[in-house]
Design a binder for this molecule. Structure first.
Ligand SMILES: Cc1cc2nc3c(=O)[nH]c(=O)nc-3n(C[C@H](O)[C@H](O)[C@H](O)COP(=O)(O)OP(=O)(O)OC[C@H]3O[C@@H](n4cnc5c(N)ncnc54)[C@H](O)[C@@H]3O)c2cc1C
Length: 302
């Protein structure tokens, strides 16, 4: 980015929120990824609007990141601006037994789950162990233990690429398995309202602990990863067929098909994005040649 462009950006967003050549390995759960040319932590709606308008005016690429828990950033890094919305308000509105919880997109799922537990609010326990932000979870229609974000969303407020704000109700999210309107359209989630219920604190706590225990027992949480690398198949369990193809433990450089859960690729230490991509290609080809099934990526590659 030229110096004059950067000075223009400094006039729009506080300097301390702007990071030049920021290693994306610091912002992804895989701990992989080259530098973002410019990384902006946006703490206000105005910051987000200013960055959108700046990138449009200067014809610059714009990428959005939440907690980086579903992303593989390539080793050569990201040109233009990477914007991390860090809006973190939670507002709880009670109407008899129904409770509307308005959550800004930068709040992490884990933080929200703890807040709901404190307030004895039920309906979110299944999702509590997903390591992302609300923005990322709404976009991906994240889900676990038989529940998806779509089951509890009332409405979402987003910003379009003109900087205008809109609000949509549940059906307009076009939710499907790991899919929503936010994948088709480049909109930025600002805030989502969840419809939840008042519950019993001890029951909520027990459920959350059970789900967390399941994760610890079944997922390779002691190594950096980005969750399930591949989507669930229509009529097969992807991790199971990867395992049946004998690929558990197979490595390329520092990237390995987890020995604990074949659906996860882990970073055993010094994996590059190139290692992960080569391993993904190998696994995809092996599964296709041995079973005839085409497996699809769940993680996003930038
Ligand atoms: C150990 C582990 C376990 C996991 N388990 C699950 C699971 O059980 N279920 C599941 O569904 N997923 C799971 N995941 C994947 C991941 O946590 C989810 O996909 C999560 O919703 C991603 O959120 P994020 O904030 O990290 O998004 P990121 O990875 O940062 O981004 C994902 C996408 O969302 C977009 N995005 C982020 N914020 C916004 C915003 N405010 N507005 C618009 N777009 C935005 C990004 O541009 C990107 O395209 C797991 C990941 C890990 C590492």
């Amino acid at each position: 980015m030229t110096e004059s462009c950067l000075n223009e950006l400094y006039n729009l967003v506080d300097k301390e929120k702007i990071f030049i050549n920021e290693p994306m390995s610091r912002h992804t759960s895989f701990k992989i990824g080259g530098p973002a040319e410019v990384f902006v932590k946006a703490t206000t709606i105005n910051d987000i609007r200013n960055v959108i308008q700046f990138t449009r005016k200067n014809n610059m690429p714009l990428n959005i990141i939440g907690n980086g828990s579903n992303l593989l950033v390539k080793d050569e890094g990201i040109k233009g601006i990477v914007l991390k919305p860090q809006l973190t308000q939670i507002k709880i509105e009670k109407e008899n037994n129904d409770i509307n919880v308005r959550v800004e997109s930068g709040v992490t799922i884990g933080y929200l789950a703890q807040k709901l537990l404190q307030e004895s609010i039920t309906g979110f326990e299944e999702l509590s162990g997903i390591p992302g932000t609300i923005g990322g979870a709404v976009r991906m229609n994240a889900g676990a233990h038989g529940k998806e974000i779509k089951d509890i969303v009332e409405k979402t407020t987003y910003m379009d690429m003109q900087g205008d704000i809109h609000t949509i109700t549940n059906k307009d999210h076009q939710f499907q398995y790991r899919n929503s309107i936010f994948i088709k359209e480049k909109y930025i989630v600002i805030e989502t309202t969840f419809k939840l219920k008042s519950g019993n604190k001890e029951t909520i706590k027990t459920k959350m602990e059970e789900f967390l225990k399941w994760r610890k027992e079944n997922q390779p949480l002691d190594y950096p990863n980005a969750g399930s690398t591949f989507k669930r198949g229509k009529n097969f369990v992807t991790a199971k067929i990867i395992d049946e193809c004998g690929l558990k433990g197979f490595s390329v450089g520092g990237a390995q098909v987890s020995t604990k859960h074949a659906g996860f690729i882990i970073n055993t230490g010094n994996a590059t994005a190139k290692d992960v991509l080569s391993l993904i290609d190998y696994v995809t080809q092996q599964v296709y040649s041995k079973t005839g099934e085409k497996i699809e990526l769940e993680i996003e590659v930038i």
